[in-house]
Design a protein around this ligand. Structure first.
Ligand code: BES
Ligand code: MN
Ligand code: ZN
Length: 504
């Protein structure tokens, strides 16, 4: 699918469909909608007067133009109340329109820049949101269906702008939107891929192909190198699997000073989580091909960072392994030693994400990365707390929490901070080692964050628990069935923000 910007008049545009919009409560449409309505001899105004169209958010009305316009169809999209309209609604609307028109077998359509007219939103931000929403909304993972269930695809979408002076700005904004959407889609592809295909080896190969495509630094530490580096915690998890583990490292150098301190992005790369010897019940296991979503999001974000070129250095670390109950597997009560020398009593082999992150975070400290942001499908408890509406932020650094929250808001990916009060530290206290890898029933997500905190030496660090938002079972706005690609766009936005406004 291709998105282009065209200077011109939407009311004379020729495509399979032309999309205009209406706020709730408007009785006489203006702008592009008004121009089309005039050409249609007041059809839209008539539908408004009769109450057939009300401009409600989510309302989509398809009209046939009966030869009165070059386009055979007009879609009127309701925007809801004008005071409530936001960039995120532009994104959601664009996704819903794209899927609606695909369902109607509309292969090419033109749209006005929703939000940029009377809504008064920034025109470039609107164009970017339309590009993101359209791309993400049309995403499907149909690699394993030939032909796919529903093979029809939208080929081209044109954003038509009558102010020629805005053309270059809108064009650049669309390119940005496409880069961000493509990164999120790459992340979705990785997470949707079943674990028999996406082994740690294949995961690393796809990361490498991406890194080579965009000119990023890339290397993989094999099991032996990880052992030499002292990654006993990561290798402890890998022991139960026949698949060799891979520790993936990707570097981006964008700062004027190539030696300048790099931001660290760390992602959980469990390509399948059976739970290990503390095995999961069957139903809970089905979703666990997505347990590398944190790592996948970070790898994908690096691709977008390489294309957008913020003036900052970034290093991504993704420990990748399966969590399997093989005959050599980790056993409850085993004690592991992490790269930073700390010992861990493994009381539950299903709390494996924090074990592999312990070594990745230790390595991030050794590389002097700062700030460090880790992303992981770490705990089922996070979706008990937040459902699938937001991911959790855990960090003792309030400034970093705020920056992540804001980057998430700009991306339309909601997040919410959790407390890191010292009261919770005892949750991971062990009688026999420096810590244990799982607490009691309460505050499971916070206990996991406190475990990770043991490996970051009080550096500026935040942990994002995405276990509630990695997979969805229904289409909703930019979200499609399966992997969400959250928080790729948040991470890219955060890195861009840190490039211009370093953490204080
Ligand atoms: N990968 C899971 C967390 C998860 C659960 C992700 C549901 C997505 C959906 C993680 O490795 C895990 O098993 N966590 C345990 C921790 C517990 C043993 C302390 C959990 O949440 O039950
Ligand atoms: Mn687990
Ligand atoms: Zn897991």
């Amino acid at each position: 699918m291709q998105i282009k910007v065209e200077a011109g008049d939407i009311s004379t545009y020729s495509a399979d469909c032309v999309v205009v919009n209406l706020f709730e409560g408007i009785t006489a449409p203006g702008g592009g909608t008004g121009a089309l309505d005039a050409a249609l001899d007041g059809t839209i105004a008539g539908l408004l007067a009769s109450g057939d169209i009300r401009g409600k958010e989510g309302e989509l009305t398809l009209l046939h133009t009966g030869g009165k316009l070059p386009t055979p169809r007009v879609l009127v999209a309701g925007l809801g109340k004008s005071g409530d309209f936001t960039i995120d609604k532009v994104r959601t609307l664009s996704a819903n329109i794209a899927r609606f028109l695909r369902g109607k077998r509309v292969g090419s359509y033109a749209t006005i820049a929703h939000g940029a007219g009377i809504a008064g939103l920034d025109a470039a931000a609107c164009a970017q949101a339309i590009a993101e929403g359209t791309h993400l909304g049309l995403y499907r993972f149909n690699r394993y269906q030939k032909p796919p269930d529903d093979p029809f695809e939208v080929e081209t979408v044109a954003i038509v702008e009558n102010d020629g002076a805005k053309f270059n700005i809108l064009q650049a904004a669309v390119e940005r939107g496409v880069i961000l959407a493509e990164a999120a889609e790459f992340s979705r592809d990785l997470s949707n891929e079943p674990a028999n295909t996406l082994t740690p080896t294949e995961f690393a190969a796809r990361a490498q192909a991406m890194a080579e495509q965009y000119g990023l630094g890339f290397r993989v530490f094999e099991r032996e190198q990880c052992a030499e580096m002292g990654m006993g915690s990561f290798l402890g998890v890998a022991r139960g699997s026949a698949q060799p583990p891979k520790f993936i490292v990707i570097t981006y150098r964008g700062a004027a000073d190539a030696e300048a301190q790099a931001i660290g992005l760390v992602g959980k790369g469990i390509t399948f989580d059976t739970g290990g010897i503390s095995i999961k019940p069957s139903d809970a296991m089905l979703e666990m091909k997505g347990d590398m979503s944190g790592g996948g999001a970070i790898i994908a974000a690096m691709g977008a960072i390489a294309r957008l070129k913020p003036a900052v250095n970034v290093t991504a670390l993704v420990p990748a392994t399966e969590n399997m109950p093989g005959s050599n597997a980790l056993k409850p009560s085993d004690i592991l030693r992490a790269m930073n020398g700390k010992t861990i009593e493994v009381v539950n082999t299903d709390a494996e994400g924090r074990l592999i992150l312990a070594d990745a975070l230790s390595y991030a400290i050794q590389l002097n990365l700062s700030p460090i942001v880790d992303v992981a499908t770490l705990t089922g408890a996070i979706s008990i707390a937040l459902g699938n509406a937001a991911f959790g932020i855990f960090s003792p650094h309030d400034g970093l929490v705020e920056r992540i929250k804001q980057a998430g808001e700009r991306a339309g990916e909601k997040s919410w901070p959790f407390p890191m009060w010292p009261e919770y530290k005892d949750l991971i206290k062990s009688n026999i080692a420096d810590m244990k890898n799982s607490g009691a029933r309460g505050a499971g997500s916070i206990a996991a964050a406190f475990f990770l905190k043991e490996f970051v030496d009080d550096r500026p660090w935040a942990h994002l628990d995405i276990a509630g938002v990695d997979f969805y079972d229904a289409e909703k706005g930019v979200l499609t069935k399966g992997a969400s690609g959250i928080p790729v766009r948040t991470l890219v936005g955060l890195v861009e923000d840190l490039a211009v406004r370093p953490l204080g």
